[in-house]
Design a protein around this ligand. Sequence first.
Ligand code: DC
Length: 671
Amino acid sequence: MSDVRVIQPFRGPARGLARIPGSKSVTNRALILAALADGETILEGALFSRDTRILVAALQELGFSVDADESACRIKLVGLGGRIPKAKAKLHVGNAGTAARFLTAFLCLHPSGDYEIDGDAAMRTRPMAGLLRALESAGAKCLTPGGSPADSFPLRLITCGLVSGEVSCDASSSSQMLSALLMVAPLASGFSVRLSGTTVSEPFVEMTAKMCAHFGRPLIQSHGAWICSQPGAYRTPCIYAIEPDATAASYFIALPAVTGKESRVRLAGYDVSGLQGDTAFATVARACGASLHEETGALIAHSWTALRGGDFNFNAFSDTFLTVAALAPLFDKPVTLRGIGHTRHQETDRVLAMATELERLGVRVEPSAQSLRIDQSLDTLTIHPGREAMLAASRKAPVAIHTYEDHRVAMSFGILGSYNLHGNGQPWISIQDPACTGKTFPHFFEALEQLRGSFLRIAVDGGAASGKSSTSRAVAAAHGLMHVDTGAHYRSITRALLSASATPDNTRSVIAALPTLQLGTKITGHSAQLTLSGWVPMAAELRSPEVNAAVSRFAAMSEVRHFLFEYQRSQVSVAQAAGFSGIIMEGRDIGSVIMPDAEVRIFLEADVDARTARRAAEGQSDAVLSRDQQDASRITAPMVCADGATRIDNTSLSLLEVVEKVGLLIAQARS
Ligand code: DC
């Protein structure tokens, strides 16, 4: 438990491309099939993790040419159509179940091989016997190093190629054993595989069969046995795109449930009818309110339309139950998760872990963590709505979620913590040992950060009472932006200078007073206000007749403008750090001087009569025209309509109509 990561809630929509690593199961199957194919295969989007590295290293050790480019997630492999270059080798498979089982069957293709394979302590206890018996019946000798019949690692394999005929495999303890045999089946003519055990993880066997077909050797089930009707070497598809990991994808399908409207997360390469059983998560997510749109070669996860509770069986895709469990306290009704008993024996007791951590947030779960501790047979979890409880539990400080070295606990609570529970961006969840995501998704939290969307800067300029503040406030609320009113900055400074007896006619008095002002920022809702020595001046003080009369004159002084320049520019980083998806800053020189490279630049205008009337309606008497003249005629940073800015005349437009116009400009900039 080395480290803690505080999750910054999303204050705006999640947007962009979710960078999801490739599936481990698909990567390791593709490596074996590519090695058995005739010619070069390029695996795109491959996963680089401990287990896939083990298989790559073993293939290299056996004499295959494997070229792995980790930064590009690409592996180039030259397959030899069933030939294994080295007849003798010592291999180590660590604790990689797929590598262990797939390689054992693969090696048996050699007509005269003598191989030693071992794994780490955990691998030595994992089931292999079903596979070894099947391979023995096809001609291989599977021995312990001492020469007696072996049931597990370490192994010595004396191979003579696979003889034709039917082998029977008890794969009840691991479907990987059946998959291992299916992948080598096409290389031995007349070789068929019968499953003798009862339970097996069907989706993984289906994945194997579909991939064998993709590599040109479809397998069929005939009279209960798997057989390849046209045996031979696999055919390389030349380029094979590894599907993104479906379990990892579940976090990004879930994210738009908590990040508000206009969220749009793109899951490139994700196919709901793809190879992985965990794609079934999409069905559950839809039932809960997810809005998912399938495109060719991608899935787009939009803001959820509801957060609906329900009763779901996760037996066939149990790795994803944690994703729903973490969202469940935000749902309208309880969520019951069934078929998850076996996950109590995975990385950690996952049911107990989720119950314990949800209770830590104040959420009611049934059975309670205490009952789960006592009764190991409990295999269902009901989670009750818990928004109020979570608010109370995290009011003072973020709740630290324990992760039990389980990557899935860390990632699912990372999604829940992205929810803006307190409404003001206050972080409320922290994740202990965030590096545990490295098991399948080393850069999970970075991938999450990238979805804060490309940061959008909007500059709004215009004369006095042209509607800048009301428009900017409404746009900020609608689009999750931070609003900065720079007119208020000049008003605050004016008030402080007047209190220090400085006057615009006496430059030295201004130069003397400015350095005594300590500037800071206070964020309230969507609005970022300037603080002076920690205080935000009252709105009425900023609009007093004295301030109204002096502000344009102080604002015309280059000393005052230079004093505020860096501060105003720094508000972009303030907004980014606070998790806003952008900033909308209003004033007179924003599009021309402070943010000249803003993605959206607007100049608001209205008739002088309309503007005077607006001020009067606010109970203000403000000589808007003379202030405009002063602001536009000063030497330093005069008010201008910036190059390329869109002019919006709002004399006869409602606020809503103006906000809609700005919304269109934002949509254009974001697309
Ligand atoms: O937007 P407002 O009326 O609150 O602005 C008060 C004064 O501050 C205005 O007369 C001009 C000045 N100002 C400026 O010079 N530059 C800005 N970016 C914002 C305001």
